[in-house]
Ligand binder design. Structure first.
Ligand SMILES: Nc1nc2c(ncn2[C@@H]2O[C@H](COP(=O)(O)OP(=O)(O)OP(=O)(O)O)[C@@H](O)[C@H]2O)c(=O)[nH]1
Length: 398
């Protein structure tokens, strides 16, 4: 099914801003001074985006997209989060500013993506890279596998070592990208070579403790969604609980595989502990496309104009391999997609009952998360008000 349904995808993005870099700034406590006033106003009011909030990296982690020019960073962002069709990315213009975007699709998927222009020197003294790396959850470094990657590897090394010094908790993710043009053997060979060289560079710098994760990706198939799913999953603190709930659900319902999907982005935020088979994942993505496309055509649009996806959303697809795919709404943004044998599906009543319990448990996890977020906000609000005098000016330390 088509991935180019922009209408369905548009709602996922709360805001899309382009930040301009300005001069340097010594004040470590106020990250935003590195950007223009306009950006400050539009992007970070009340600490909603958490830029001034010391807990921001936990509340809304940043995912940085870095790499050389034309490696495919903007294309990845557009295809995964804007439903742009891969062919349209041919016409994307080169990014010349840092583009920041808030992704708040679901109760669990909340983060900011910062797309960096390939040609900038982010170690320029006027550029506050410490501020950027400090609030970062994951750094995705994109390497164009169809190009000579010697320069990309040295830039990767520089980026990773600098970032690690500022924030050792960053997850370093390397996308060996544009592998659609390579044969299977060639892909494996490239991955092995890139992985070896990147790790050797770290060993030479006595930084072997830095862990790099590698993924073979392309916007022309589902590999980019799968890789992004894994990157995002590492940033979800509730992941073990979600996996556990899925394990309990599938064992009690004779289901073979279950994914918890963020419907808009098709990122799966959790799955049970059995291994993920790429074909199964692709079928699940296609099923979501079918449901959303059919709902867009025949469904009733809500007042908010979001995707036509609600409590009633469900679908059953019988495959000719005697398997059944079953999709059900879990929350406003999440769907459970299951794979099971036809004979297991005869006990649909039991599956639906177990699903009811599963959904309730997910909602409880979500409520706990909300409570934690609220208390963090309150805490940072109190800290800020303690730092300010009644008329709002900063309190001068006595
Ligand atoms: N074959 C192939 N081409 C891709 C893939 N991803 C991106 N491209 C192409 O690569 C070119 C550059 O993509 P961009 O997304 O603009 O690259 P960028 O890294 O954002 O570039 P800058 O903004 O200059 O830093 C475009 O023509 C894309 O169509 C892929 O997975 N496979």
């Amino acid at each position: 099914m088509s991935q180019g349904n922009k209408k369905c995808g548009e709602e996922e993005v709360e805001e899309d801003e382009t930040l301009a870099m300005t001069g340097d700034d010594d004040d470590d406590d106020d990250d935003l001074d590195t950007f223009t006033d306009g950006d400050l106003d539009s992007g970070c009011e009340d600490g909603v985006l958490g830029c001034r909030d010391p807990f921001s990296s936990e509340v809304k982690p940043r995912i940085l997209l870095m790499g050389l020019r034309r490696s495919g960073k903007s294309s990845i962002q557009k295809v995964v989060f804007h439903k742009m069709s891969p062919n349209e990315t041919l016409f994307l213009e080169s990014t010349n500013k840092i583009c920041r975007e808030d992704v708040s699709n679901s109760s669990f998927v909340h983060f900011q993506i910062w797309d960096f222009p390939g040609q900038i020197d982010f170690f320029d003294p006027t550029f506050d890279y410490e501020m950027i790396f400090r609030g970062t959850g994951a750094l995705i470094f994109v390497i164009d596998s169809q190009d000579d990657y010697v320069e990309a590897l040295s830039r990767l090394h520089l980026t990773v070592t600098r970032a690690y010094k500022v924030n050792p908790d960053i997850n370093f993710e390397v996308f060996i990208h544009k592998v659609d043009g390579l044969s299977d053997d060639h892909k494996i060979e490239k991955q092995r070579d890139i992985q070896k060289r990147a790790n050797d560079d770290l060993v030479d710098a006595a930084l072997e403790r830095i862990h790099l994760s590698f993924y073979l990706t392309s916007i022309y198939d589902h590999s980019i969604f799968e890789a992004f799913s894994k990157v995002v999953q590492k940033l979800i603190p509730e992941l073990p609980t979600l996996e556990n709930l899925l394990n309990i659900f599938i064992t009690n319902s004779a289901i073979e595989k279950a994914f918890l999907f963020d419907v808009v982005s098709k990122i799966y935020i959790a799955t049970d502990s059995s291994p993920v088979d790429m074909q199964t994942y692709e079928l699940c993505c296609d099923m979501i496309d079918v449901v959303i496309d059919i709902s867009c055509i025949y469904g009733v649009m809500g007042n908010e104009g979001g995707i036509p996806y609600d409590k009633e959303s469900m679908a059953i697809i019988r495959l000719n391999s005697t398997s059944v795919m079953y999709l059900k709404e879990v929350t406003k943004f999440l769907a459970l997609v299951c794979f099971l044998r036809e004979e297991s599906f005869e006990r649909k009543g039991l599956i639906d009952y177990n699903f009811h319990c599963f959904r309730k448990a997910i909602q409880e996890v979500f409520e706990v998360r909300l409570k934690v977020l609220r208390s963090r906000k309150l805490l940072s609000h109190r800290r800020r008000s303690r730092q300010a005098t009644p008329n709002g000016t900063p309190r001068v330390p006595s």
